[in-house]
Design a protein. Structure first.
Length: 302
């Protein structure tokens, strides 16, 4: 991404919603569960696993959180009915974490228990650093309450993450490892690309060493290659993970080479925040969208 693009990308929240929607269609399965099911069927037919995300974050009352829980229950039911190879990914704030940690725990437990009856799995996405302690605490609590079918996410841009891996060791955790998308201050996060990558590999090594199951969630070719060397003799202990609409050809190659791969499939009416994040990290698209919009605003069309 050029410096100009990076600068323009910060203006993306000023881009009109219809423009964001147009450019972000590839990242979203649709607005309904039915559309998400269709996408998962298509992925499964190509040997790719899925994880379904009901879009929605920062709920402001327990009823909104309840509606999201219900949407996930519907998703779990239909995954089972249609025998889809998919689990679910949930955002702590969408389940009520900002309202009360107890509410988050209880809502999550409803989903983990339901998933357990179907033999499927719940991944707790990781949000910004203000939620990390509560998210890891709730993950540990559920595991100590006897739930095995739940996993968490760690972000390699956070300086604390290596210590978090060590402190989870006794649980033999199931961890999705990613770089981390939320903007964090340098006091707690690496901001340099090379440092984030180095920490990714350091944490991946540590996770493999403690016997964790690892979801290697990256589209970064260098990290994919480095990870491939590390998982060579770890069958059944890892999978690659990618986002819907990103590097699909590379995902297909990994599957053809015999590596398990899961695609993150978001759907729902609250597509805006998720779409902004995807456009902001797309090196080609962000600049194009932003220039088109600035051009419009300046009356130059395009
Ligand atoms: C399955 C999955 C789950 C995730 N869950 C979380 C989570 O719970 N919490 C969290 O903080 N973050 C999460 N992330 C996001 C992650 O933290 C990164 O922000 C994101 O994956 C981009 O980092 P990267 O490793 O792909 O490297 P990058 O350096 O950002 O990307 C590498 C290359 O991939 C391609 N690429 C990347 N993004 C795009 C895009 N949007 N459009 C087009 N091309 C693109 C480009 O070619 C780019 O050069 C998740 C990512 C994945 C894949």
């Amino acid at each position: 991404m050029t410096l100009l693009d990076r600068a323009i990308v910060r203006l993306l929240p000023a881009v009109p919603k219809p423009v964001v929607q147009l450019f972000s269609e590839r990242y979203i399965a649709g607005e309904t569960l039915h559309e998400a099911e269709r996408v998962v069927h298509r992925l499964n037919a190509k040997g790719k696993r899925a994880t379904i995300d009901v879009l929605g974050e920062d709920v402001t009352n327990p009823e909104e959180a309840q509606a999201i829980v219900q949407a996930y229950v519907d998703a779990l039911d239909s995954i089972a009915e249609q025998r889809l190879d998919s689990n679910i990914s949930v955002k702590p704030t969408a389940l009520g974490l900002d309202l009360a940690i107890e509410l988050f725990h209880d809502n999550l437990e409803i989903l983990v228990s339901r998933a357990q009856t179907y033999g499927t799995f719940v991944r707790i996405d990781m949000e910004d650093s203000s939620t990390t302690d509560d998210t890891l605490h709730t993950y540990r609590r559920l595991r100590e309450e006897g739930h095995e079918n739940v996993g968490v996410v760690l972000q390699s841009h956070l300086r604390r993450t290596y210590d978090d891996v060590r402190s989870l060791a006794d649980l033999k955790p199931n961890v999705r490892l990613c770089k981390g998308i939320y903007v964090e201050p340098p006091s707690i996060a690496f901001t340099d690309d090379d440092a984030i990558r180095a920490n990714f590999l350091r944490c991946l090594d540590a996770l493999l060493e403690i016997g964790a199951y690892v979801g290697i969630a990256t589209h970064d070719e260098w990290l994919i290659r480095e990870s491939l060397e590390r998982v060579e003799s770890r069958e059944g202990r890892y999978e690659f993970q990618m986002l819907l609409g990103v590097r699909e050809r590379r995902a297909t190659e990994l599957v053809a080479e015999g590596h398990p791969l899961r695609v993150y499939v978001p759907y729902g009416r609250h597509w805006y925040q998720y779409s902004l994040r995807r456009l902001q990290e797309n090196p080609a698209m962000a600049g194009t969208v932003a220039r088109a919009t600035v051009g419009r605003m300046l009356g130059r069309g395009g």
